[in-house]
Design a protein around this ligand. Structure first.
Ligand code: SF4
Length: 297
């Protein structure tokens, strides 16, 4: 059995494969998991749908009274893999469009564009494509350490970053670089990356972010910190730029992020950028994660 919540906040897909001449069904969060086992993508499980797979085949029930699609936009920006399909295209293509839009909104002159591996790379390619500024690799990722932002302590996160990315000195030395990342949550990773780029000799570092400032915590299954840990919840873009040590900083607009989906902007949750939570959050949870000023509103 597989069930999806009435808002379809998290993705869930159905695939099929043949086993001994019989069609079998498989459920996965993302289509890239189907590719691994050689299954074919059939369709997504709808918001508020329950699918029941038995020897007899597939049965479908709609259990929610008022399903209303609110897919997590952060799945499209960062969480899901770029080789997964959403809205009948890979997320790689969506993320390239985010970078193109970012270049339209926030141009800057530089010698090259680079991405923070791996999640910032498609948007960096898009930025390069739209601006005509060459794309380069300036940071090499160590593939044997995990994602930093979900590490439980600051010390673990800092050491995680040290092990994770290594700057290419002969690419960066004496150059003006545009570095593109998918988001800034606490700013820990970005600050460290900028410092390492400067130490490697970069003359100018311009940071471009392919999503708007993250100002609110998630209450729908993503373990982000409380609001006071989010750098954009308490600081302006100018203050963040100073803290990160960049020559300039710009984020993608909320409108640009949603327009690039090509879908109805109302069919997404984007609460971590706006505080507009599509599913009511119980007060004790709010009190645990939101700042006092927000609670007073
Ligand atoms: S609050 Fe942000 S991370 Fe959480 S579901 Fe909404 S868009 Fe996704």
């Amino acid at each position: 059995m597989g069930a999806r919540d009435p808002n379809g906040i998290r993705p869930l897909v159905l695939g099929t494969f043949l086993s001994n001449g019989i069609t079998r069904y498989v459920l996965a969060s993302e289509t890239c998991a189907l590719d691994i086992i050689g299954a074919e993508y059939l369709r997504e499980v709808e918001p508020g749908e329950l699918v029941w797979i038995t020897e007899a085949g597939l049965a479908s029930f709609h259990w929610a009274k008022k399903p209303e699609r609110k897919l997590c936009i952060f799945e499209m920006i960062y969480f899901a893999r770029p080789d997964s399909l959403m809205h009948e295209e890979t997320l790689y293509r969506y993320r390239v469009r985010l970078g193109e839009q970012l270049a339209k909104e926030s141009p800057v002159d530089a010698d090259f564009v680079m991405g923070v591996p791996d999640s910032g790379i498609p948007a960096a390619i898009g930025y390069s494509r739209h601006s005509g500024i060459p794309y380069e690799e300036g940071l090499i990722k160590n593939r044997y350490v995990g994602r930093t932002f979900i590490q439980p302590t600051q010390t673990m996160r800092e050491s995680g970053i040290r092990m994770k990315l290594n700057p290419l000195k002969d690419v960066l030395a004496g150059k003006r670089a545009i570095i593109v990342d998918d988001s800034i949550v606490r700013g820990t990773t970005s600050r460290k990356i900028v410092r390492e780029m400067r130490e490697a000799g970069a003359k100018e570092v311009h940071m471009r972010i392919s999503s708007p400032p993250v100002t609110h915590p998630c209450f729908y299954g993503i373990d982000t910190d409380s609001q006071d840990q989010l750098i954009a919840a308490t600081k302006s873009v100018t203050e963040i730029a100073a803290q990160l040590g960049v020559d300039s900083l710009a984020y993608l607009s909320w409108e640009g992020m949603l327009a690039a989906t090509g879908e109805d902007p109302n069919s997404f949750c984007s609460a971590c950028f706006t505080g507009d939570y599509p599913v009511p959050v119980p007060d004790p949870l709010k009190r645990a994660k939101l700042r006092l000023e927000e609670l007073a509103v």
